[in-house]
Design a protein around this ligand. Structure first.
Ligand code: HOZ
Length: 423
């Protein structure tokens, strides 16, 4: 594969940005090669600056549920651009998006729009602290909720591949307010509640963990979290930045039938533009400024172009609810192909799949938690990544991320991917 233009751009970029990238996972650090620089993408295919074409299962880490550059979304975004890129003042589009979100996710009674998942989770926690008057929070080992100080504790995603689950630059006093439990381990949660009576403001969880690879909740785990948080006056926050509009228009909370107190959304809700949302119970959210004393603000929050892309994407999903059955069916086909590959090569492999999210772990264990995810052979993952790339398939350049199937993946794309997996 010729990557000479990517190599040249990477050489220049390294002198301009830390590691030559604007987000660590893009540096391909854990798969033993230099990053590809992207020229454009359309539908399910992405093209690099050297003209190489790939079937894309990264989908910009989740937003691309309709594939890239959906014509309807582009048309509406372009039209919106001519009306002005940002006003720093309210627009009717914000009402429209907020109402759509509430229709899809009824637990989000009041919402606030922000620009990134990091902002959404950070702000949701502040609102929960303001509401409860408590300081401590619980998160799970290997779950990732963006890069705000208090949440970069035992975090997943690129923090895992860069071996910095606890970032330097985070004051110990901030991190000490974050208690860490084990995903799918009820006892670890019980113990934290017992040892910190009336001190825990919020428990934040990815209902399907998708930043240590995909790890589904075991039966009863989310129900247990709902119950224990309710019993302790703690705000239950579902971080649905990845699962929101991905497991259905109602997200993981509709998929599993659990109603959290607060929810964070990102990725799909912005249709590919920088947009995220936090929201939840009215009595909690009304504490956010200007109606309450929890301060949070943003010049570009509710930006008209991002709201347009979000509205357009959500409407397209609502008009085609079967999309979720189709993308899940394709994910199941890929899972089966992974397992057939493992059998053929005689290697250890476990595949976790929920809806259109999946991850292959190179391990002999079932992956139910962080320790299971870490048992995966990351060198084997790197070999698989490079094999797929050389054969025109672009998957996450890290073991600890998800594979995303989109509505744009055609039968031919899936058949070709299976052919490569079995090859
Ligand atoms: N797991 C990350 C987002 N949830 C990947 C994207 C990034 O860090 O750049």
């Amino acid at each position: 594969m010729n990557a000479s233009k990517s190599e040249e751009l990477y050489r220049i970029a390294q002198d301009l940005m830390p590691g030559g990238v604007n987000s660590p996972v893009r540096a391909f650090g854990s798969v033993g090669r230099n990053p590809l620089f992207i020229d454009h993408a359309i539908g399910s295919h992405i093209f690099d600056v050297d003209g190489n074409e790939f079937i894309d299962y990264v989908c910009s880490w989740g937003p691309g549920i309709l594939g890239h550059a959906h014509p309807k979304v582009i048309e509406e975004v372009v039209k919106a651009c001519y009306d002005g890129l940002t006003f720093g003042a309210p627009t009717g589009k914000e009402n429209e998006l907020a109402a759509l979100i509430r229709d899809c996710v009824p637990s989000m009674e009041l919402v606030r729009m922000v620009n990134s998942g990091t902002e959404a989770t950070m702000s949701a926690i502040r609102a929960a602290r303001g509401f409860t008057g408590r300081d401590k929070i619980i998160k799970f080992k290997g779950c990732y909720h963006g890069h705000s100080d208090g949440l970069l504790v035992q975090a997943g995603s690129a923090a895992l591949t860069q071996s910095v689950p606890d970032s330097s630059g985070v004051p110990a006093s901030f991190a000490s307010q974050t208690l860490v439990a084990l995903f799918n381990d009820k006892d670890s949660v019980r113990e934290l509640f017992e040892n910190n009576k009336d001190q825990i403001a919020a428990l934040i969880v990815e209902p399907v963990a998708a930043n240590m690879g995909v790890v589904p909740p075991e039966e009863g785990f989310l129900e247990f979290l709902r119950e224990i948080t309710e019993d302790n006056g703690t705000v239950l926050i579902f971080d649905e930045v990845i699962t929101g509009f991905r497991l259905g228009t109602g997200g993981a909370q509709a998929y599993y039938g659990i109603s959290p107190d607060m929810t964070t959304l990102g990725k799909i809700v912005g249709g590919g533009m920088p947009m995220a949302v936090y929201g939840g119970r009215r009595d909690i959210m009304k504490n956010v400024a200007p109606t309450g004393k929890v301060y949070q603000a943003g010049t570009l929050s509710g930006n008209p172009i991002a709201t347009t892309a979000g509205i357009s994407t959500i409407r397209l999903l609502m008009e085609d609810p079967d999309i979720y059955t189709r993308i899940e069916a394709n994910a199941v086909k890929l899972k089966e192909a992974f397992l057939a590959r493992a059998k053929k090569l005689g290697i250890n492999l476990h595949v976790n799949q929920v809806g259109s999210l999946l991850s292959a772990f190179f391990t002999d264990q079932e992956v139910k938690d962080y320790a299971g995810a870490l048992s995966s052979d990351t060198e084997a993952y790197a070999d698989y990544f490079n094999y797929m790339l050389e054969n025109g398939i672009y998957v996450a350049p890290s073991q600890f991320e998800a594979m995303f199937v989109s509505g744009a993946h055609s039968d031919e794309d899936i058949a070709r991917t299976i052919e490569v997996l079995l090859g």
